[in-house]
Design a protein around this ligand. Structure first.
Ligand SMILES: Cc1ncc(C[n+]2csc(CCOP(=O)(O)OP(=O)(O)O)c2C)c(N)n1
Ligand SMILES: [Mg+2]
Length: 309
């Protein structure tokens, strides 16, 4: 990847996400963050590249592994940190935690701990936009494991049948908890999606935010023109354990060498000079976000019945 201004800006955004999650790792043993955390470390380039091509009116529907998309779409950082701390000044008043992030003011429509459950919600969002004649695409991010859920199939069918502008974005890290794709799937994700009459695209270089940005722009331009759904699969790599701040190589379901081979291609690992240049300003911003969270109050009993509809 050539080192121009665009590279530097996308690199900065991806590094910002990684440093925030590394701060979460540092803080976690203190128990100040009690929410379970599914870290996206290793997968940041997908969120940054995809969101580069999106517009403010586009909506993203995310998962419990959603810190990266929340930040890449413009979700506020201090309120994210306060949300992880479970404080009133969090983006959802401390009630959502890491797994149910939402910031609709910037188009982050929500996450869920239930695998696959935001896929149909995104299709509903696309349908609502069409009925209300509102602009904007629905982008739904999910893992390879979520494609095994019935709701994924129902959603592809409906989006294709009704011609809805939903971008189904599979972040394929090859794993669902500790189970590899080969143990779980009898189908190929994109071949299967094409059987619904949906055009597909695959990116193997899930560390390459420039390529992901370019391809997403082509795909979203086409969707804005024809109003049809697309399925995009980006191969990626989760560096940490499924849930929690640690590593899990000792569990024996994958080798450290395969993760290290991926890291060798990841600019956030390889371009140490640019990390050194950008890190001080990002660290200062993250420290401020932590101070904001620490200054927040914990919700009280009175909050139990607020925000309930
Ligand atoms: C409906 C449902 N089934 C099972 C689980 C338990 N579970 C949580 S994450 C996960 C793996 C999902 O894998 P994938 O969709 O590939 O996402 P990744 O965690 O790899 O990002 C499972 C099975 C759940 N949360 N919801
Ligand atoms: Mg997965």
């Amino acid at each position: 990847m050539s080192r121009n201004d665009r590279y530097q800006e996308l690199f900065r955004q991806a590094l910002r996400i990684r440093l925030v999650e590394e701060k979460v790792i540092e803080l976690y043993p203190s128990d100040k963050i009690q929410s379970p955390v599914h870290l996206s470390i290793g997968q940041e380039a997908v969120a940054v590249g995809v969101c580069e091509a999106l517009r403010p009116e586009d909506a993203v529907y995310i998962t419990y592994r959603g810190h990266a998309f929340y930040m890449a779409k413009g979700g506020p950082l201090p309120e994210l940190m306060a949300e992880l701390y479970g404080r009133r000044n969090g983006v959802s008043g401390g009630k959502a935690g890491s797994m149910h992030l939402a910031a609709p003011q910037v188009g982050v429509m929500g996450a869920s701990a239930v695998v696959g459950s935001t896929i149909s919600v995104a299709v509903g969002g696309a349908m609502a936009n069409r009925i209300l004649k509102k602009p904007g695409l629905s982008v739904v991010c999910f893992g390879d494991g979520a494609t095994e859920q019935g709701t994924y199939h129902e959603s592809l069918n409906l989006a294709s049948l009704y011609g809805l502008p939903a971008l189904f974005l599979c972040e394929n890290n090859g794993l669902a908890v500790h189970a590899s794709l080969a143990e779980r799937q009898s189908y190929r994700i994109l071949e299967h999606a094409r059987s619904y009459g949906i055009e597909t695209v695959r990116i193997d270089e899930g560390w390459d935010f420039l390529k992901i940005g370019d391809v997403t722009r082509q795909v979203t331009d086409a969707m804005r023109a024809d109003g049809r759904p697309r399925v995009m699969e980006v191969m990626t790599c989760r560096y940490k354990e499924h849930v929690g701040p640690g590593e899990d190589f000792a569990a024996g379901y994958r080798s450290q060498a395969e993760v290290e081979a991926w890291m060798a291609k990841d600019p956030l690992c390889a371009d140490t000079a640019l990390v050194a240049e950008l890190k001080p300003a990002l660290d200062a911003e993250i420290d401020q976000a932590v101070a904001f969270a620490e200054a927040g109050e914990l919700p009280g009993l009175d909050d139990l019945l607020t925000d309930v509809y």
